[in-house]
Design a binder for this molecule. Structure first.
Ligand code: M6R
Length: 614
């Protein structure tokens, strides 16, 4: 969480940093701050959004400087207010820092510094860190880079930090452990950011710091990259970014979330491109091809993830078990990492993550690696920490997802697992060739079917308007659609703040049925394939308790239409691929309900897109 932007070069730093922070606001948006140096250090910070911060920089004088750094915060230590906002400045006024992460042992360090006469204005761990660095500089008589290194060897926790010294404004020092940092390399200039989006229009050349690495960057010089622990020099690996500017803009949509919902047909095509080849009866996934024996001999797969990615893992469980007959367990990474999970030689651990930076998932991978597991990542952000920590994997190619509510990330994750399961089913002979061909051509037809599903948009707006004032909602599904119910409920609660629960439909009578009355909307996935008749019985049970039924049904369905208050049709498909379609109306419903309630759809309260703290 928290977004960081820094710049050093020949241009005015202010517009680069402020625009960069706007792009990183998805990472946290409870307060923001920015520091620049020209003849003197100017820094301003405020509770609120980056737009509020921008207002504080009024005069041309305020905006001067070719070195600077900025921060958009998701509070961990200290409430979101002006004082706790970053940047933080050391007691001498020389050092200025921004930080993403948590310094766990900040209290004893703070106490030592207090005893040495330091004073603190904020409640943050970051202010402690910048003063620790200053203290090291003074005690050891070393420069900023060395002091950062010594200080970081004293701290426990996670960090991405960027810091400069107003007395030596030709260098910026940065370091990373657990929170991402990218460096954009221009001609005689450097851009620093939590991801590459703030500098995409300036340079395509970027490098990413690895954990336990730091960099000292000076105008016109090669970055000096070192291992924090042992000072070993690291040769930078510079890569070419594939991202384009229009991918990270709204493109005429009112919100990123709506844009991303509508991108699904195209990004699903991208996920399949060069991989799903029906004319050759082939699914090509180099990650699997390179480790085919591992997959063929797998006794078990363990999916780990958080939030929506965990829901995708649940769909994966149904897919791998049904098609490839491989037993699957699905775990929250936050639970997995603190258990002592039993991992055997022939197990494959599959982390699933949009951002590739989720702290719990990263920690779970590290634990699995210690236990010698083979790690196969399903991830969206190319070059992010999770794929880098994994042995192999498949990128989802969903493109940047900026809305905090995950949409296209989910469907592309499911698509990757559908491809994997089908490929393995063929290799293992767990389905017949004719079944394989049928599934393959069905998979290839998904983008068109998603396009058709999106045509329900206008009707969904009406339905959403009807239920916009609900205070609770229930989502029910069975089999492959049980995780879809969970995902529908998560989407509604996180952006509209309506309390919502997802349940396997048959579980309703073991408790949740007590909640049903005429005010309770119940969203039921009641598609023809799967346990259709059983779901109809569940619908009857809701109806006899006067609950309001909104059903997602297969095109042309008449039976549910007669029972439900509203029906939303999706194209027919095999049960295994229904989640790819049934999820879409639930995304749209949540989106429109949140819009009608006046909620901030792309930046819901208390949330951040990328959860880089545990
Ligand atoms: O980047 P990741 O996929 O690892 O993120 C996992 C969750 O934080 C994420 O899915 C979260 O639950 C979303 N806000 C859901 O819409």
């Amino acid at each position: 969480m928290c977004g960081i932007v820094g710049y050093i070069g020949q241009r005015d730093a202010f517009p680069i940093i402020i625009n960069g922070l706007k792009r990183l606001e998805y990472r946290g948006y409870d307060s923001a701050g920015l520091a620049l140096f020209d003849q003197e250090l100017i820094y301003k910070k405020t509770k609120g959004k980056v737009a509020d911060l921008e207002q504080l920089f009024k005069s041309v004088e305020d905006k001067k400087g070719q070195i600077g750094l900025g921060h958009t915060r998701w509070a961990t230590h200290g409430e979101p207010n002006d004082i706790n906002a970053h940047p933080h400045v050391s007691n001498s006024g020389n050092l200025v820092i921004v930080h993403n992460g948590i310094i766990e042992n900040y209290e004893p360090i703070k106490q030592t510094l207090l005893n040495r006469g330091y004073q603190f204005n904020s409640d943050t761990d970051t202010e402690v860190l910048v003063n620790l660095i200053e203290d090291v500089m003074q005690k050891e008589q070393v420069g900023l880079g060395k002091a950062v290194q010594i200080a970081l060897n004293e701290v426990v926790g996670a960090y991405a930090i960027v810091v400069f010294n107003r007395q030596k404004p030709d260098e910026i020092v940065m370091a990373r452990l657990g929170s991402p940092l990218a460096i954009g390399i221009g001609k005689d200039e450097y851009f620093i950011a939590s991801d590459a989006t703030p500098f995409i229009e300036f340079t395509k050349n970027a490098m990413y710091l690895e954990d336990e690495q730091m960099a000292i960057i000076k105008k016109g010089k090669e970055p000096d990259i070192r291992n924090i622990k042992d000072d070993r020099k690291i040769v930078p690996y510079i890569q070419e970014l594939q991202m384009s500017l229009d991918q990270i803009e709204k493109g005429g949509y009112e919100h990123f979330m709506l844009k991303e919902i509508y991108e699904q047909p195209d990004v699903i095509r991208d996920t399949m491109r060069g991989r799903v080849l029906p004319e050759q009866n082939l699914i090509k996934l180099s990650g699997i091809d390179n480790h085919l024996n591992k997959f063929l001999n797998a006794d078990r797969m363990i999916m780990i993830g958080a939030g929506t990615s965990w829901h995708a893992g649940l769909v994966g469980e149904y897919l791998f078990e049904e098609l490839a007959r491989i037993p699957v367990e699905v775990e929250y990474s936050s639970e997995f990492r603190y258990r002592n999970p039993i991992i055997k030689e022939n197990d494959i651990v599959i982390p699933i993550s949009q951002s590739g930076e989720t702290a719990d998932t990263l920690a779970a991978i590290k634990l699995a690696k210690q236990k010698n597991a083979f790690i196969y990542a399903i991830c969206n952000v190319v070059g992010s920490s999770i794929p880098r920590e994994s042995d192999s994997g498949t990128y989802t190619h969903a493109g940047p997802e900026i809305g905090v509510a995950s949409t296209k990330a989910f469907t592309t994750q499911v698509m990757v697992m559908a491809m994997m399961a089908l490929k393995l089913a063929k290799e293992k002979g767990t389905i017949s060739m004719s079944e394989y061909n049928m599934y393959l051509s069905e998979l290839a037809s998904m983008p068109e079917k998603i396009e058709k599903t999106l045509q329900t948009d206008l009707y969904i707006q009406q339905v959403a308007h009807h239920y916009k004032d609900a205070t609770n909602a229930l989502y029910l599904g069975r089999g492959f659609n049980f995780p879809v119910a969970l995902e529908g409920a998560l989407k509604l609660k996180e952006i509209s703040y309506i309390h919502a629960e997802g349940y396997p439909a048959a579980e309703m009578k073991h408790g949740p049925i007590a909640l049903i009355d005429e005010n309770m909307p119940v969203f039921v996935i009641a598609t023809k394939k799967g346990q259709y008749e059983k779901v109809i019985s569940n619908i009857q049970e809701i109806k006899s308790r006067k609950g309001k039924i909104i059903a997602i049904v297969t095109e042309g369905d008449e039976q549910v239409k007669n029972l439900a208050d509203h029906v939303i049709e999706i194209p027919e498909t095999v049960e295994a691929f229904t989640p790819l379609l049934a999820t879409i109306p639930l995304q749209l419903l949540s989106y429109y309900i949140a819009v009608y309630r006046g909620c901030n759809v792309d930046q819901p309260r208390n949330l951040a897109k990328s959860v880089t703290v545990e």
